[in-house]
Ligand binder design. Structure first.
Ligand SMILES: NC(=O)c1ccc[n+]([C@@H]2O[C@H](COP(=O)([O-])OP(=O)(O)OC[C@H]3O[C@@H](n4cnc5c(N)ncnc54)[C@H](OP(=O)(O)O)[C@@H]3O)[C@@H](O)[C@H]2O)c1
Length: 295
């Protein structure tokens, strides 16, 4: 049976869709960004070498190191122009920008404390000036302060909520105002919202708020084809997790996952890239566990 030139029953392209290779004539040379030709970008299921982020831009908070840096690196490889937000690690952020540029991508580093609403406005303004559009916003910046209810002090509690919960609110609010139709918003939660171990009360609660935020924001953006989700990592090898733990304690955590290892930042970045890309749009308002089976 001859293969039809295009499927007459296929849904109409949506905003943010990558060109469909079965729709001949839609794939133009203009759609192929030079960054798509970066080494390692093309995957077998990429559309004739068109990177998912070609012509698009992504802002990632807390991207100087850890999971955020892996997300920025991955989205840049996927062809997005990226804003690397950081709080204090100016050199790390600048190094990541250089790495992305050396690979043929485009990036800027912008300092901003997500807990400060005015600073978040300036962060988004800087991205707007550099790249002109918000296709993907990733609210990743977060901190961890652990303590029992009896033992946690006011300052630690207040900063935890200010960065993780209020900071995420600031990012989602700006994203809701500025994201393009068909865009993607992703926020980082944590498997501790379900595991709920002792000493994680305020941290897990700050992340539980994020899971509620994304679900409600997904509904508020109805009609614009914007998908809003949370990614919920388990134990992931970054300073946030390893700082203050002995090698034996870290190894014990690794043994808790069915896969017998900690997550790597790139494991989490892969899930964010899926949600950001052309195949992720139908996932909306969800919390996606990325934890190797820990939870
Ligand atoms: N690692 C895990 O096991 C794990 C598990 C579940 C969820 N998560 C979540 O994943 C996210 C990333 O964690 P991670 O492990 O990659 O942490 P990390 O290695 O400690 O890195 C945190 C990043 O956030 C930035 N940051 C911290 N406070 C900020 C603020 N107020 N404003 C802007 N940026 C700020 C840091 O910037 P500077 O470098 O400039 O300080 C850094 O880039 C967090 O939301 C975390 O809760 C992590």
């Amino acid at each position: 049976m001859p293969v039809p030139e295009s499927d007459p029953h296929a849904p109409a392209p949506r905003p943010g869709d990558a060109p469909d290779p079965t729709r001949r004539g839609l794939l133009t040379a203009a759609a192929v960004a030079p960054s798509a030709l970066l080494a390692g970008v093309a995957r077998a299921d990429d559309v004739a070498g068109v990177a998912p982020g070609a012509g698009k831009a992504a802002l990632i908070t807390g991207a100087s190191r850890g999971i955020g840096a892996a997300i920025a690196r991955r989205l840049a490889r996927d062809g997005y122009r990226v804003t690397v937000n950081y709080l204090r690690s100016r050199e790390l952020a600048a190094g990541l920008v250089r790495e992305i540029e050396t690979a043929g991508g485009q990036a800027i580093a912008v300092q901003a404390d997500v807990a400060d609403a005015a600073a978040v406005g300036r962060l988004f303004d800087a991205h707007q000036r550099a790249f002109g559009r918000f296709d993907v916003v990733v609210a990743n910046a977060g901190i961890q302060r652990l303590g029992t209810f009896a033992g946690m002090d006011d300052a630690d509690y207040a900063r935890l909520i200010a960065v993780n919960m209020t900071g995420c609110f600031h990012i989602l609010r700006e994203a809701a105002r500025r994201i393009v139709d068909g865009g993607r918003i992703v926020a980082l939660s944590s498997g501790t919202t379900r595991l709920r171990p002792p000493t994680y009360g305020p941290y897990a609660a700050s992340k539980a708020a994020i899971e509620v935020f994304v679900n409600i924001l997904a509904k508020e953006l109805a009609g614009r084809q914007v998908s809003v989700n949370a990614v919920s990592p388990g134990t992931t090898r970054t300073p946030l997790f390893t700082d203050g733990k002995t090698p034996d304690q870290i190894a014990a955590f690794a043994r808790q996952t069915p896969h017998g290892r900690l997550g790597a930042p790139a494991d989490i970045a892969d899930v964010v890239a899926l949600l950001a890309g052309p195949r992720g749009g139908w996932i909306n308002g969800q919390v996606i566990g990325a934890n190797g089976g820990l939870v």
